[in-house]
Design a protein around this ligand. Structure first.
Ligand code: FAD
Length: 487
């Protein structure tokens, strides 16, 4: 049997390990930390369970596919529910708009803003068109291979290129589409789904809204970490071998091939290697290449996050995903990408998995994951920033929801971009690798293959097509396609 080594057990690494096992490789996964999942993590404390990283889950069929590779059903490992509401939005002028998954119900809500439902229907239909034409070529194939553009998917994508809205920003397009500042803010927010800035990111990215509004928002019955538990169980069953607390320190190469993976005390021979670690750090720590490292460091990274995990003694009227918007969204993004400091008013995201998973908090209590977007870690005083964020968040909850949460908090943990950087090995704590703030970002992202070594591939959020669970799963699918095609 040929031997494959996967470096890192983030979601992209796990998906690649499974795909390689399905191809008949004997697969070894080497993971620096003590458990699988990387940024998809959880912790338990005093009867509360918190998903620490991702909270939003779309395109579950990409997870289903992994089970299908072995003739199994995802439902036998992981139950997934469809959320009735994709987001519960609170605007600074007092409007509460519930984004129901049911289109008719959502359109009724939209009418509260005075915007005609036809406008929204046309907008969502356009995003669906963009996704249908762009996804196959730009998300599920290597955009760094000429053959992609001559394939059927490539030709379909190219035909619709002039409609891709690449020359205007997400924000400009949303202003033109709705006029109403609240709907503009709601749809601008989708830029944050890959850590970008709606005032600069191309309007092509408005298609992210299509995923939640047209295809649905989902939730695993055991929380987001349930995805990792299920995939890991499958990997164990099909014979993937895991080595935890095992940091890869280098590669062994011969000519244009990698022949092994080095750790501090061993060498793991390999016929093929898939790297799932942050690509910038890969060129610093695993395959040192000062030129590549500098080049990747120069590129703008995505935003990070500052998160409070609060166990609270209350049963609120909130939903799973709740967003309390700031009054000045532009100032927030300037803070995130230009001045690299928190703005004076912040949009607050409150995720309560207890609303979907009863066991996630004791009776009469809820697990609040309270997050604000934060700039990457460039050495800010995070103790100060945490105090500032806490003050703003508590005030925002009071003004938007009309109650004080502070006296109800019985357990608290906070993580900053610096903590995210230390725990997950992502440069400066960026959540989604490089940002998508320019038209060329997609093309500048690192390819899924090495130009130097024929049997070295890359998966995960810091390479094409980018960060977020669905795109990491897409990157594993692309790597699989490249291996299958012998490239
Ligand atoms: P990573 O998760 O980056 O894992 C890489 C793995 O490699 C780690 O386990 C690390 O320990 C290991 N490693 C590093 N160096 C070495 C080495 N030298 N040797 C061995 N192993 C090594 N996405 C969504 O889809 N929805 C969301 O709602 C969402 N919210 C997020 C919120 C937060 C707070 C965070 C942090 C992320 C969020 N994301 C979200 C993004 C998503 O979590 C990531 O894009 C995705 O999980 C990244 O997966 P990955 O495959 O790139 O691997």
């Amino acid at each position: 049997k040929l031997v494959a080594c996967v470096i890192g057990s983030g979601i992209g690494g796990l998906a690649s390990a499974l795909r390689l096992a399905a191809r008949g490789y004997s697969v070894t996964v080497l993971e620096k930390s003590g458990e699988p999942g990387g940024k998809v993590a959880q912790y338990n404390e005093a009867g509360y369970r918190f998903d620490m990283g991702p909270s939003l889950f779309t395109l579950p069929y990409l997870v289903d596919e992994l089970f299908g590779l072995f003739g199994r059903r995802r439902a036998d490992y992981l139950k997934v529910i469809t959320l009735p509401m994709t987001g519960n939005y609170f605007f600074s002028d007092g409007l509460n708009l519930k984004a129901w998954s049911n289109k008719e119900q959502f359109l009724n809500e939209v009418e509260k803003t005075g915007v005609n439902r036809g406008k929204m229907e046309r907008y969502l239909a356009k995003q669906s068109f963009l996704y249908e034409h762009a996804a196959d070529v730009f998300l599920f194939k290597s955009i760094h291979k000429l053959s992609t553009y001559t394939s059927a998917a490539g030709r379909k994508g190219m035909k619709a290129l002039h409609r891709m809205d690449a020359f205007t920003s997400m924000h400009q397009r949303n202003v033109k589409s709705f006029g109403d500042s609240r709907l503009v803010q709601l749809f601008d927010r989708y830029a944050t789904y890959n850590g970008s800035d709606p005032y600069r990111a191309p309007a092509t990215l408005n298609m992210i809204a299509h995923l939640e509004h047209n295809t649905g928002a989902y939730f695993p019955e055991d929380g987001l970490f349930g995805i990792i538990t299920a995939i890991k169980r499958l990997a164990d069953e099909v014979g993937v071998r895991f080595y935890f607390n095992t940091e890869v320190t280098g590669l062994v190469t011969k000519g244009c091939r990698v022949t092994g993976v080095k750790t501090r005390d061993s060498v793991y021979p390999a016929d093929l290697v898939v790297n799932n670690t942050d690509i910038t750090l890969f060129y610093r720590d695993i395959m040192p290449n000062a030129r590549m490292y500098r080049k990747l460091m120069k590129r703008e990274r995505s935003s990070s996050a500052l998160i409070f995990y609060w166990g609270v003694r209350t049963t609120s009227a909130l939903d799973v995903h709740n967003i309390l918007f700031s009054a000045d969204y532009k100032a927030e993004f300037e803070g995130l990408f230009k001045t690299k400091e928190l703005a004076d008013d912040l949009t607050v995201y409150i995720f309560i998995s207890k609303k979907a998973v009863a066991a996630d908090a004791p009776d009469g209590c809820e697990n609040w994951f309270v997050m604000v977007n934060a700039p990457e870690n460039v050495g800010q005083d995070w103790e100060e920033e945490v105090l500032k964020a806490r003050r703003i968040v508590l005030q925002k909850i009071k003004s938007a929801l009309d109650f004080s949460i502070e006296p109800l908090i019985e357990s608290e943990r906070v993580i900053t971009p610096q903590d995210i950087e230390c725990r997950t090995g992502s440069v400066n704590g960026a959540l989604y690798g490089h940002s998508s703030n320019s038209r060329l970002s997609a093309f500048k992202r690192h390819p899924n293959f090495s130009r130097q070594y024929k049997n070295l591939f890359f998966t995960g959020g810091s390479v094409h097509p980018g960060g977020g669970i669905p795109l990491c799963l897409a990157s594993a699918r692309i790597v699989d396609g490249l291996i299958g095609a012998g490239k």
